[in-house]
Design a protein around this ligand. Structure first.
Ligand SMILES: [Zn+2]
Length: 61
């Protein structure tokens, strides 16, 4: 008898979502998680201080 283990532990967790951020103003790049994304959207780019939009974020695979 064989047992097969399928690892599905990655990719389903919602609080591990990470985003690649690239500022459309200063072109700085960094990777952030969801809470930091919220901060950036609310307070602006951490590098240049200008407004950030959701289009500046790409969800990591
Ligand atoms: Zn910037």
């Amino acid at each position: 008898m064989r047992s097969v283990t399928i690892d599905t532990s990655e990719s389903m967790g919602s609080d591990r979502t990470r985003y690649e951020f690239e500022c459309s103003h200063c072109s700085e790049q960094t990777v952030v998680d969801a809470p930091v994304q919220d901060q950036l959207l609310g307070r602006g780019c951490i590098f240049c201080g200008r407004d950030v939009s959701e289009r500046d974020f790409v969800r990591e695979q």
